[in-house]
Design a protein around this ligand. Structure first.
Ligand code: B4P
Length: 191
């Protein structure tokens, strides 16, 4: 099995590249952001709680997201593997993911980190906000999300670098150019 974590700041293109990875490698796509937005849309208790954090640009607490993901992994069939998009976002989530996978004798094979400068991230998300209507895609919340990324999420790079599985990729360029670089890294791995 091939388990990929797609990692990066908000707006770095995780969701965009994940769609292409799913099409190319037939992996199961797990996007915690999408799952949480579906819960908000369905007005569930989890959705109401998640919205109170997401609309401020904060992370939903680890215990909630970890439980949600653990349940989901148990329900999904282990076939070709997973692409984890937006999870983990903290070191405790990274440790929890290792435990969830090791129950099935699996592990994270590679972490693709999309490197994009703040200015470009802000421009992309403001542009997306005009179309998506997402409550977290406005300048104030975007800036809060970036601070959260540097404080809580970016330490995961050290965590995965120490595991020897971090691949940093330039996330500026066309979607196809970036995808070709990611594809090269993955093909080297599965060769
Ligand atoms: P996510 O849904 O994960 O969203 P994201 O980080 O904003 O976006 P992504 O990086 O996927 O960007 P995209 O491809 O869309 O998270 C939303 C919120 O949910 C979080 O802030 C948090 O509150 C909560 N949450 C989620 N997971 C959590 C967890 N594990 N723990 C706690 N809380 C959690 O790209 C952005 C834009 O750029 C798009 O419009 C796209 O078209 C454009 N774009 C992409 N690639 C481009 C390129 N190469 N050039 C130009 N534009 C490009």
């Amino acid at each position: 099995m091939l388990n990929i974590v797609i990692f990066g700041a908000p707006g770095s293109g995780k969701g965009t590249q994940s769609e292409k990875l799913v099409a190319r490698y037939g992996l199961q796509h797990v996007s915690t952001g999408e799952i949480l937005r579906d819960e908000i849309e369905a007005n569930t208790e989890l959705g109401k709680l998640a919205e109170s954090y997401m609309s401020r640009g904060e992370l939903v607490p680890d215990c909630i997201v970890i439980d949600m993901l653990d349940n989901l992994i148990e329900k999904k069939k282990y076939e070709k593997g997973f692409i984890f998009d937006g999870f983990p976002r903290t070191v405790p989530q990274g440790e929890a993911l290792n435990k969830m996978l090791s129950k099935h004798d699996e592990n994270v094979n590679v972490v693709i980190s999309l490197e994009v400068k703040d200015e470009e991230l802000i421009n992309r998300l403001i542009k997306r906000g005009k179309i998506s209507g997402r409550s977290d895609d406005n300048r104030e919340t975007i800036e809060a999300r970036l601070k959260v990324y540097y404080r809580q999420t970016s330490p995961l790079k050290l965590f995965y670098r120490a595991h020897g599985i971090l691949k940093e990729i330039d996330g500026i360029g066309t979607v196809d150019e970036i995808f070709r670089t990611i594809e090269y890294e993955i093909d080297q791995l599965i060769k």
